[in-house]
Design a protein around this ligand. Structure first.
Ligand SMILES: [Mg+2]
Ligand SMILES: [Zn+2]
Length: 185
């Protein structure tokens, strides 16, 4: 089974620093369109997100679930569906002892992608990672995905000036989806 892994903030949801309440969730133009196109082309779509704000005590895991549900509802209203949402609540500099760890799931490490791969029976060498920062793409490479796409939403315009190693650069998720769907994988 092949999947596209999507970063959340700056890729699907407008980047607003730490999002701590559902009302702060707004979809980036093209995000729902891109997700719907990927699923129509036979890809699973899995969201993989660093949410170190939990470790910093800015929100609880329940708050985070409510925020993710808001994103899912907005996507559904726009005709798009995701197959799963995976978040890393940890941060090595966190203030909440149970979350202040050097975990394996915080991107650029591949733990979230590997967990999703186990849950959804994915073949990681057939998967694609899409994100707006270099560490998203690094997590994809660490997990062994086929290719990585940098989107120029969120932090993308800054990332393009860094060492990012993306196989493709897309204006937004809709354009990323067109590139991915056109591939022979
Ligand atoms: Mg991001
Ligand atoms: Zn983690």
């Amino acid at each position: 089974m092949k999947a596209v892994f999507l970063d959340r903030d700056g890729t699907i949801v407008e980047e607003r620093g730490y999002i701590t309440v559902p009302d702060d969730v707004a979809l980036i133009p093209g995000a729902a369109e891109g997700i719907a196109a990927l699923r129509a082309a036979g890809w699973k779509v899995l969201v993989v997100s660093n949410q170190g704000a939990v470790a910093k005590g800015l929100l609880t895991e329940d708050d985070l679930s409510q925020i993710n549900l808001r994103m899912v509802a907005l996507l559904a209203a726009a005709g798009a569906q995701v197959d799963g949402v995976y978040c890393c609540p940890h941060h090595p500099d966190g203030t909440e002892p149970e979350y202040a760890i050097d975990c394996d799931c915080r991107k650029p490490r591949p733990g979230l992608l590997e967990q999703a791969a186990r849950d959804h029976d994915l073949d990681l060498p057939e998967c694609v990672m899409v994100g707006d920062t270099a560490r998203d793409l690094e997590a994809g490479r660490a997990a062994g995905v086929a290719s990585t796409v940098l989107v120029l939403t969120g932090h993308g315009p800054k990332t393009i000036g860094e060492e990012h190693g993306a196989d493709h650069v897309a204006k937004d998720l809709a354009e990323a989806a067109r590139w991915i769907a056109a591939r022979a994988v």
